[in-house]
Design a protein around this ligand. Sequence first.
Ligand SMILES: Nc1nc2c(ncn2[C@@H]2O[C@H](COP(=O)(O)OP(=O)(O)OP(=O)(O)O)[C@@H](O)[C@H]2O)c(=O)[nH]1
Ligand SMILES: [Mg+2]
Length: 210
Amino acid sequence: MQVKNPILGLCQTAKFAISAAKVEQCPPDAGYEVAFAGRSNAGKSSALNTLTHASLARTSKTPGRTQLLNFFSLDDDRRLVDLPGYGYAKVPIPLKQHWQRHLEAYLGSREALKGLILMMDVRHPMTDFDKMMLDWSKASGMPMHILLTKADKLTFGAAKNTLLKVQSEIRKGWGDSITIQLFSAPKRQGLEEAYAVLARWLELADKPAE
Ligand SMILES: Nc1nc2c(ncn2[C@@H]2O[C@H](COP(=O)(O)OP(=O)(O)OP(=O)(O)O)[C@@H](O)[C@H]2O)c(=O)[nH]1
Ligand SMILES: [Mg+2]
């Protein structure tokens, strides 16, 4: 029997929907959403582009580039959201406060949000900001999955060691519901694991073909 993978099909036809500078500008709060969060420059936009086979999200060598909540539609009920990177020191303070306020408002109030993908650079994991996000996920009960990005920058062994170390730290401090994997955008490493998480949260589990 042939098995269809609906998440792959939907990701391949993802379309940019809207950039919201404030929570009030977000699409109506209905359906299913998965948001991509992480420190500035961690590789959020690159991961999104790799998963959607498109250059939907702007990537940049300059940290702090994604300044708004960017929504990408998969279908009428499902969206992926590229969140502004946190922790970029050179952003002017008023702008920083503006993002933080709206990011917090989005995270704290969004009914459609079903899970958070947290990206950490495999070479610099578990920053204070990452820990703050882990605390928030635990306190709010929001499902979280971590991508250790840029795995291609380390040898296989070193990347695997970091994975095990961070996994153990997270289990001890935040419980075992948070899942974690290695990811590389240029090598397209870790796609299947990430798709499986998206499919679960977006309620698009594999179904036998009709
Ligand atoms: N080698 C390698 N480089 C990567 C990977 N992911 C991202 N990068 C690079 O890291 C830089 C930042 O990537 P972005 O995807 O723009 O990061 P971001 O988290 O969206 O950054 P902000 O929007 O500024 O918060 C870019 O130069 C990317 O090309 C990866 O898996 N491997
Ligand atoms: Mg970005």
